[in-house]
Write a protein that binds this ligand. Structure first.
Ligand code: CUA
Length: 156
């Protein structure tokens, strides 16, 4: 039964190639996980935000020269802090992350619209040239109280 032996050989060969393939893919994914491509992504442990700068002190920090940093934590269902006062004309560098699930950070009547992902820090700079109260809403469905998840920016 020569044909039977040949089939067996091919079967063994096929399984071996599959094993090699899975190993390569597995090792590749592991290597990528350890070293994300690009290197510009900021990661953060969502469980340790209360002890991780800058999220250990959420709110507005002055950097000087009319520049500020706004460090904000999104959670179900709100933002920390829930109100930030911004001096008129200030350039604000937003750093935002989530302590639980994916949220949104959209500032109504501006171009600010970010996705907030747990484990990552999203950045965006914006200069406020119009005084007033700006409503911030969550535009990613995040659960039962998604509709009422909001905060306020007061520019004056
Ligand atoms: Cu948070 Cu929707």
């Amino acid at each position: 039964m020569h044909i039977h032996r040949l089939e067996k050989l091919w079967l063994v060969f096929g399984i071996s190639m599959l094993a090699v393939f899975l190993t390569v893919v597995g090792v590749g994914a592991f290597a990528l996980g350890m070293e994300p491509p690009g290197g510009h992504r900021h990661t953060v442990d969502p469980e340790k935000l209360s002890t991780t700068a800058p999220f250990d002190k959420p709110g507005l920090q002055r950097l000087g020269n009319g520049e500020y940093e706004a460090n904000i934590i999104a959670f179900a269902f709100g933002y920390k802090p829930d109100v930030i006062e911004i001096p008129l004309g200030a350039k604000v560098n937003f750093n935002i992350t989530s302590s639980d699930v994916v949220h949104g950070f959209q500032v109504v009547n501006t171009t600010i619209n970010m996705m907030v992902v747990p484990g990552e820090v999203n950045h965006l700079a914006y200069t406020f040239t119009e005084p007033g109260e700006y409503l911030v809403i969550c535009n990613e469905y995040c659960g039962a109280a998604h509709e009422v998840m909001m905060m306020k920016l007061i520019v004056k």
